[in-house]
Design a protein around this ligand. Sequence first.
Ligand code: G3P
Length: 214
Amino acid sequence: MFVLVNLKTYPCDPVAVAEAVRDVDESTDARLAVAPQAADLARVAETGVETWAQHVDPIEHGSNTGHTLAESVADAGAVGTLINHSEKRLKLADIDGSVRAAERAGLETVVCANNPEQIGAAAALGPDAVAVEPPELIGTGTPVSQADPDIVEDAVEAADNVDSEVSVLCGAGISTGDDVVAAGDLGAEGVLLASGVAKADDPQAALEDLVDPL
Ligand code: G3P
C-alpha cells in the first residue's frame, strides 16, 4: 500500500513529520511519502523521505508570476505531485496541462477527484494514479472506506474501465490501520491522508498505527 501524507497548510513542523514518515517507512513494507507546502519541499526532501508536491501549474518556464513550475518542484527534491486536490480544484484543461508539466519534469502524478465519474475523466488523462476523496468527509475523522465504501469500489471500477494501468488511492477521514486495510479490501492501492498525522500529538505514533496491520 502507498500511504501519502498531505501536510496541507497545517501548523505542524514539516521536517519533524517528514523524519517520522521516513523512519516509519524504513520499518514497513508499505510505501510512505509526504507532501509539504511548496516552500518546505527542499528541507523536507533533505531528510531523505519520499517527497511530493501538493500542486503544480500547467505552465512552462516564462512569465507566470505566482505559479508553481513542475521543474522547480523536481529540483527541490520532489518525486511526485498531487494535482486537482479538492482544496486546489482545476479546470479539466488545466488538469491535463498539469499532468503534462509533471511528466515533462519527471514527476509521478496523483490526480484527485470527488467521485467515480470524475475519476474516470481523470484516469483518461493518463496520470500514474487517481485519488477519490469525497469532500464532505475530508478532515472529519470518518473514513471514506467506512462511510462510503461504494464510492471507493466504483472509483476502482471507473479507473479500470478507462485505463487499467492507473492505480487508485482513496482518502478522507483515514486515520487508523483498520481504515487503510479497509481501503485495500475495497481495491485501493493506497491512501491519501492529512489530519490523522499532521494534526496528531505524536505523528510518528499515528503513522506506526497506520502501517501496523500492513
Ligand atoms: O489530501 C488528503 C485529504 O484531503 C484528506 O484529509 O484530513 O481527511 O485525512 P483528511
